[in-house]
Design a protein around this ligand. Sequence first.
Ligand code: ATP
Ligand code: ZN
Length: 304
Amino acid sequence: MSPSPNTPARDRLRIAIQKSGRLADPARALLTSCGLSWRESRDRLFCYGESLPVDLLLVRDDDIPGLIAEGVCDLGIVGRNVLLEQGYDRAAGGSALAFREWRALGFGGCRLALAVPDGWDWQGPEQLAGKRIATSYPASLTRWLAEQGIDAKVVLLSGSVEIAPRLGQADAICDLVSSGATLAANQLKPVTTLMESEAVLAGPAEALDATRGELAEMLLRRLDGALRIRHSKLLLFQAPRRVLPDLLPLLPDAETPTVMRLDDGDDLALQALCHGAVTWQRLEELKRAGARGLMVLPVEGMLA
Ligand code: ATP
Ligand code: ZN
């Protein structure tokens, strides 16, 4: 669905994020790391962008796909589980898909899993035939059951899904799991994963207009830089030229290092951007291979 013709044209980009909850703080931190800042309105539902014409709308996560579909927001940060669930629901209702995942953001990881009582001897999905399965993700579960060719009853619950089997409301559940502790506390065990999820940047299925499209492109470039360096370090060290063949393979997922000659001799100064973990153990291995003066620096920003 494209924005209604009555919607006035906007020349500012609007991003919806969760007002409070698991994704609220990391979403805001990620956008801040892209150089965005806001003047907050008193009721904190709308934050006016100061450094760039990019405003924030603070909402319930479940509202984000719909806001994008209606053109009220241009982008949103939401769990893939919510985006897919609402996408499957719209598809089942015959609507064209109005939003899609633009980037995976690497936080808010969890999975949508099917869990059964501890006592079940799980043999496979066939065991679910004729059973009642409680979930807050009916469209995802219905789709999965259809793929498996299983006829089971989907019991829709908006919360506390994990106690449904103990209350006799359902035989099994389909819910989000991260550590599995909640399931264990309710004498349930996860038996199969329907969907791997994490926070994603969602946007419209179709391109934005020119002004907001350019803003979104710039944000994506910054976001890609921020995601790329999130765990990266700059490693500085010196070493004799002859040990380089031993040293370079030890650099954790490094880009080609910058190499500078220190004097007329054999000594080199190197700087390497490492995307892998620079652990103490790895530093000691580098030292044993001939590196000196090793220094690990944080990376604040990068634009490829
Ligand atoms: P809202 O008030 O915005 O509707 P909510 O209760 O639906 O909030 P949260 O519990 O904050 O949402 O979860 C937001 C998202 O965090 C989930 O949709 C999911 O993508 C992710 N998440 C990560 N781990 C978990 C988990 N263990 N349980 C639930 N959600 C998780
Ligand atoms: Zn929610």
